[in-house]
Ligand binder design. Structure first.
Ligand SMILES: C[S@@+](CC[C@H](N)C(=O)[O-])C[C@H]1O[C@@H](n2cnc3c(N)ncnc32)[C@H](O)[C@@H]1O
Length: 276
């Protein structure tokens, strides 16, 4: 048994982790080949895989999008501060590792609402000595708390990047996702960026809606949004080229160690926008 498996089993035994139903962070971890998931998570992931055999590839594609965007923000846009909400279980390279490989002084605050991510915060906190990383256990539906905590590490008088990568589709319309994103963006100074990726049913409606039913039957909300609805998250901001696109279309020239799968339908849109 590996150390990771020991950690996973000890957590389950401690009762700190709910292993009776799947959790998005752990299902995603299974797709990415991680070991921090439980039979309920694997069962849902395998159900989705039986519907779409490329689901693991799509999860990796989302992770690669985050990596390309972070490279672009650090190299081209000169961003040195990041607030990443819906971080997920650490998977190397993590956002701070990419940002700090360009600028060791980069500062990153990670946030997730799943207690399993908190148990891995140590991996997220291995910062360069010149920079800083912090972890905040919080729900995006409480933006005031996230902002209050993030201010301890990040300087909100200087530009920063807010990243909501593969997060907003876990918010139903009742969660008022547009108001939440606006409240977070309103707190950012001019010159800051919003990064967002989100599931859509535009490209493969039958498969995505069947997936939504499977998640829903497991008690997890999954809310795909159209191109227009995803674009609405960026209202009032200047979307940088190439716009709101499927993830593989976003600056593929920045790819490192990515593989393509011509059979995969990438049912997520992503974009980066600047606050003027
Ligand atoms: C699909 S994972 C994405 C992880 C990472 N952002 C990435 O793209 O590689 C979604 C993450 O969002 C987190 N999440 C879901 N709902 C959330 C909420 N209401 N508040 C904070 N985090 C949430 C989950 O726990 C999970 O870790």
């Amino acid at each position: 048994m590996t150390g990771t498996e020991d950690h996973r089993d000890a957590l389950a035994a401690s009762g700190r982790i709910d292993t009776s139903r799947p959790h998005p962070a752990r299902v995603y971890d299974w797709y990415l080949g991680g070991k921090d998931n439980y039979p309920v998570d694997e069962a849902l992931a395998r159900q989705i895989m039986s519907l779409d055999g490329t689901a693991q590839h799509v999860a990796r594609t989302n992770r690669w999008f985050m990596q390309r965007v972070t490279r672009w923000l650090a190299r081209e846009a000169g961003v040195r501060q990041y607030l990443d909400i819906g971080t997920g279980i650490p998977t190397e390279p993590n956002l701070h590792q990419i940002a700090q490989s360009v600028a060791p002084e980069a500062r990153v605050v990670y946030t997730d609402n799943d207690p399993i991510v908190l148990t891995h915060a140590e991996a997220l906190l291995r910062s360069t000595p010149q920079g800083a990383t912090e972890y905040v256990q919080a729900d995006v539906r409480d933006p005031a708390r996230i902002l209050e905590q993030a201010r301890k590490t990040l300087d909100f008088d200087r530009p920063l990047a807010l990243s909501l990568v593969a997060l907003t589709h876990f918010l139903g319309d009742d969660d008022r996702p547009y108001a939440l994103v606006s409240e977070l963006v309103d707190a950012l100074p001019a010159g800051s960026f919003l990064v967002l990726s989100q599931l859509t049913a535009d490209l493969d409606p039958a498969a995505v809606m069947r997936g939504v039913e499977m998640y829903s039957a497991s008690g997890v909300t999954l809310a795909p949004r159209t191109h227009a609805e995803v674009s609405r998250f960026f209202d009032g901001l200047d979307v940088v080229e190439p716009g709101v696109v499927t993830l593989t279309e976003w600056r593929p020239d920045l790819a490192v160690d990515e593989v393509s799968d011509p059979d995969a339908v990438i049912s997520l849109y992503g974009a980066v926008a600047r606050k003027a």
